[in-house]
Design a binder for this molecule. Sequence first.
Ligand code: CU
Length: 250
Amino acid sequence: MRAWQRSICCSLAAAPLLMLVVLLATGGSFGEDGVFLVVAAVLPLAAAALVWRFGLWAKVVALVMTLLAVGGLFWVALGLAFPASFGDFVPAVSFLVGFVLALGGSIAAIVRHRGTRRPSVERRVVGGASVLIAVAAVVSGALTLTSGGSTPATGGTAVTMSDFSFAEATYEVASGDAITLIVHNSDGVVHDIAIPELGVEKVSVLPGSDAVVEVPAPAAGTYTVYCTLHSNLDEPDPERAGMAALLVAR
Ligand SMILES: [Cu+2]
């Protein structure tokens, strides 16, 4: 297998594998997310094996699979916004680099005639890609280590997020007074919190960090609290919405 093919495999497969490691290392359970991540890691490896083994048709298949990977770009865009979250940022960079290499490589493999290979160009591209991912990993690792572990905030209702859910199904607060939520994220990836019915816009919570969320005095009632990244905002029932909980004001 040629260098750029290896590089594509590694960077595309590394993204979900890295997320899986972060998920398990931070106490998350394997579950559906784990299965999804394993499948996502195997797909680029299978595509590369096809290209390596077979001829033009396999290259076309690889190109189609690359285009399917566009589906993964939504969380890439998301992860790139959080360099201080290793578990989001580094897989995103790795995936994006692998995607660009795969797209360019697949097209070049189909278009190019035999004997017009440019090994020196390929080597330089692959080298540059590796350096880019390594720099992203070092910078993001440093930012993640320095941003987490700050003095825990106090003086409000504690809300903990772990294993892609809220620790409690229901949070009870007093109605009629403004309240403060101290939101702690014990996962290895970014979560956020929003309470649309109370006009509380999403606040991001970095891995291992706290966020202080001010909630304007709620009237007595029940409100749905969402992590907008991992839930369906159109679903008021937290059981079905995904990463959501209830805020009950009495
Ligand atoms: Cu979340």
